[in-house]
Every structure is written in structure tokens, then in C-alpha cells.
Design a protein around this ligand. Structure first.
Ligand code: LLP
Length: 406
């Protein structure tokens, strides 16, 4: 897996912005956006799922590249607006929200998707005669871990397809116009099959019972490589499989202007970022080698939460005599035994003081980071297309830890 940061750039960045630090590549981010804008023969319009990364500077770039956005909370809507997204470019895919949260979106002219009958009832009560989207559960799920599979029988998301008659009753009761139908089967799959099968299920449902919708949104989940040798979701295969399904649907559907959307989060941002950190200690405990770093699970939760794999590169720079070779456990500085970035991994020779790089860290990393153990969240910097380096978020300071106390 090729890094976009060389040792001297890494050293320069860490000198100026501290350690650990998130480093993004504008070039890679724009490439991914452009790829998505032209993928699928232009038949699936991409909305960036902002939960993957909400850095304002990155959102502005993504908006410039023409992606729309989906959001999961008023806070995400707030940031999208600050980044320049217009209400019509934002879709609020809500899950178990209060009337106030729905009202927040309605007041701004942002379309809301509801994902249960009771939430549809709640929506009808506060926005009678309005427009709405409904999220169904297509009965199929996929993803890298059961915690992120959102379709199928064992998830809280979406309305079970068989409840379509109840949906119709509520739409009529509150005189709601159903403008869109959406789903999301889960996050990080590398095979196109389940996505296409779920799309077919949803389209069959729409064709049979919901005439006149403006759009059908199949969700995100497109996988990227995290491991050396892994390949990304094959867009050509997905296009070849989904195109006839979409064409066939349009042929039989009453609204010929119906369009199709997808909601990639990870695919847009994951590969555009690495975390740089430092090796702070090396030790052996009961025949296990531990490489201690300043990258705890306050910075990157994915390994402790999902057992996720991120490539780790040793960039060098260490001057200590202590060298460790062979399989090691790469660990952070948080007071829990689960604070492990990599188990039993061969990362080559490593010394105290070395700079290490955690790759593919643009999605669900900063956005899931925390101040646990009162650790300060790192800075984020962007390597621009012209090679210049700018700060796009300050590192936390101790004042941030005091901020909300009375
Ligand atoms: N649409 C909806 C309704 C979603 O819930 C999600 C992600 C997406 C789109 C975007 O999925 P993506 O293209 O990024 O896979 N924290 C986990 C991933 C959680 C995904 C949550 N929903 C991780 O680090 O792997």
C-alpha cells in the first residue's frame, strides 16, 4: 500500500503540528470524488455520508466537486450548511429522533427520511401535507462487522418491507407526499452482489406499491482496501449488474423522471488520510513484544471497536538503541488493555522515537475520536494539490477540556 507522505514531509508536519496528527491529501480526496461523480454510468448520484468525516475544509472540497450530502443529526446539518451545502443538497436520514430534531430539518427545507412507522406518524403530526422519504429494510445486509450491518433481520434500521400497507395508511392519514425511498445495507463490502440484490428488492417494492416517487436511494457501504493486496469494490462490476435493473425499473415505472442515488461515506475520504504518531516505548512482557505509541483509541477507535485492520508503516527517525524486530503488538497510551492498534503484526524493525503511520484513516476515525483519559484530540492538516501544507483543525488545548463546565 503506497503512502502519500514521505519521511521528510512527516517530520516537518510533526514539528509544526505535534504528534499524533491527521494528515490529508487534497489530491486523493478530489480523485475519489471525481471517480464517484462519473461512476455507474452517471446513473447513481452520490451523496456524501458526512458521518465518515465532518472536517469543514474537507466538506467544502467535497461540495466543490459536486457531491450532495446525507446527514444523521442536526449537528451534521449545521456543519453542512456552514460548508456551503444548500438545503436541497442535504438529505436528513433520521433514526429514532425527537419531534424537535425533525422540526430542525423541516424549518430549513431539508428532506427527512423516517425509518419506522411510529416516526412516520410523528413526522405526519408535525408536518401534515409535507414531503417525506421512507427508509425500508430490504431484508439483506452486508458489512465488515455485525455492528455495521444495517439491513436484514437483526438490525434496528428501516421499515420491514411487508409493512408497506401501514406506510400507505399513514401517508394518506397525514396527506404526506412520498418523494423518495431509501435504504442502506451496511458498511464496507467488497462484493457488488448484495447491494444489487437489495436494490432489486427495494425497486420491486416501489414499483408494486409506491408510484410517483422522485428518487430511490440505495445507500452507501462501498468498500476500500485496508490491507496490502486487498482490492476495492469493483465499480465496473457494480455498474454492469445494476444498470439493467435500473433501466428495467424505469421502463415499468410511472414517473419516468425518477432518479437514483447512493450514499458513500468511507469511499470518499478513507484513503485520503494517514495518522502520524511516535513510538514512545518498546518492551517485552511475558514473551510478548509491545511497541508503545502516542496513538491511543481516543484517536482511532476502529481497532478496539470492530477489530479493524489498518496498515502500519514505520517511517523511521528513531535514535534509540532499543530495536524490536518480528511480530509485535502495537499499542496506544490509554489506560485499558484493549488499547491495541495491531496484534501480533510484523511491522519490520522499530525503534523508540520512530515516526509511524496508520493508513486509511480518513473515514470514521477523527469523527469517532474522543477526549478519553483527557487526551487532547490531534490537529488535522491538509497537503494541498500544489504541495503546500495547511492546518484544517487545531489540536485541542487544555482549555477545550474545561470548555463546558459551569
Ligand atoms: N448511509 C447511511 C444511512 C449510513 O448509516 C451510512 C453509514 C452510510 C450511508 C455510509 O456508509 P459507508 O459508505 O461509509 O460505508 N464506524 C463504522 C462505520 C459505520 C457506518 C455507519 N453508517 C466503521 O468505522 O467502519
Amino acid at each position: 500500500m503506497k503512502s502519500f507522505i514521505d519521511y521528510s514531509t512527516a517530520e516537518k508536519i510533526m514539528k509544526e503540528y505535534g504528534s499524533p496528527v491527521f494528515v490529508y491529501s487534497e489530491k486523493i480526496l478530489r480523485e475519489r470524488c471525481r471517480e464517484l461523480m462519473t461512476a455507474f454510468g452517471g446513473k447513481l448520484q452520490p451523496s456524501y455520508s458526512v458521518k465518515a468525516n465532518t472536517n469543514l475544509s474537507l466538506l467544502r472540497i467535497i461540495h466543490q466537486e459536486g457531491l450532495k450530502a446525507d446527514s444523521m443529526s442536526p449537528g451534521e446539518i449545521y456543519l453542512l450548511e456552514k460548508a456551503g451545502f444548500k438545503p436541497k443538497e442535504i438529505f436528513y436520514i433520521s433514526n429514532n429522533v425527537s419531534p424537535e430534531e425533525m422540526q430542525f430539518a423541516i424549518n430549513r427545507g431539508i428532506l427527512v427520511s423516517v425509518d419506522s412507522l411510529s416516526q412516520l406518524e410523528q413526522y405526519g403530526q408535525i408536518n401534515q401535507g409535507g414531503e417525506v422519504a421512507v427508509r425500508f429494510n430490504p431484508g439483506i445486509g452486508a458489512g465488515h462487522n455485525k455492528k455495521v450491518i444495517t439491513g436484514g433481520e437483526k438490525t434496528k434500521f428501516g421499515i420491514q418491507a411487508e409493512f408497506w400497507p401501514e406506510v400507505l395508511v399513514l401517508l394518506e392519514k397525514y396527506n404526506l407526499k412520498l418523494v423518495g425511498v431509501n435504504q442502506h445495507i451496511g458498511s464496507l463490502f467488497l462484493e457488488a452482489g448484495p447491494y444489487v440484490e437489495a436494490a432489486e428488492n427495494l425497486l420491486n417494492l416501489v414499483e408494486a406499491h409506491f408510484p410517483g416517487v422522485d428518487f430511490v436511494d440505495f445507500g452507501g457501504g462501498f468498500g476500500v482496501p485496508y490491507k496490502e493486496g486487498e482490492s476495492r469494490l469493483d465499480f465496473k462490476e457494480l455498474t454492469d449488474l445494476i444498470s439493467p435493473v435500473l433501466d428495467n425499473f424505469v421502463k415499468n415505472y410511472d414517473n419516468k423522471k425518477v432518479h437514483f442515488k447512493c450514499e458513500p461515506g468511507r469511499y470518499v475520504v478513507a484513503e485520503s488520510c494517514s495518522i502520524l504518531g511516535k513510538v514512545t516505548s518498546i518492551k517485552e512482557n511475558y514473551s510478548q513484544n509491545y511497541v508503545g505509541t502516542d496513538i491511543g483509541f481516543n484517536v482511532i477507535m476502529r481497532p478496539i471497536l470492530y477489530d479493524s485492520y489498518h496498515e502500519i508503516k514505520v517511517l523511521g527517525g528513531g535514535i534509540s538503541k532499543t530495536v524490536c524486530d518480528g511480530p509485535v503488538n502495537v499499542v496506544g497510551n490509554i489506560c485499558e488493555s484493549g488499547d491495541i492498534l495491531a496484534h501480533d503484526r510484523d511491522i519490520g524493525s522499530v525503534r523508540i522515537g520512530d515516526i509511524i503511520e496508520i493508513m486509511t484513516a480518513g473515514a470514521y476515525v477523527y469523527s469517532m475520536s474522543s477526549n478519553y483519559n483527557c487526551r487532547l484530540k490531534p490537529a488535522e492538516v491538509l497537503i494541498k494539490e500544489d504541495g503546500s501544507i495547511i492546518k484544517i483543525r487545531k489540536q485541542d488545548s487544555f482549555e477545550n477540556l474545561l470548555q463546558n463546565f459551569e
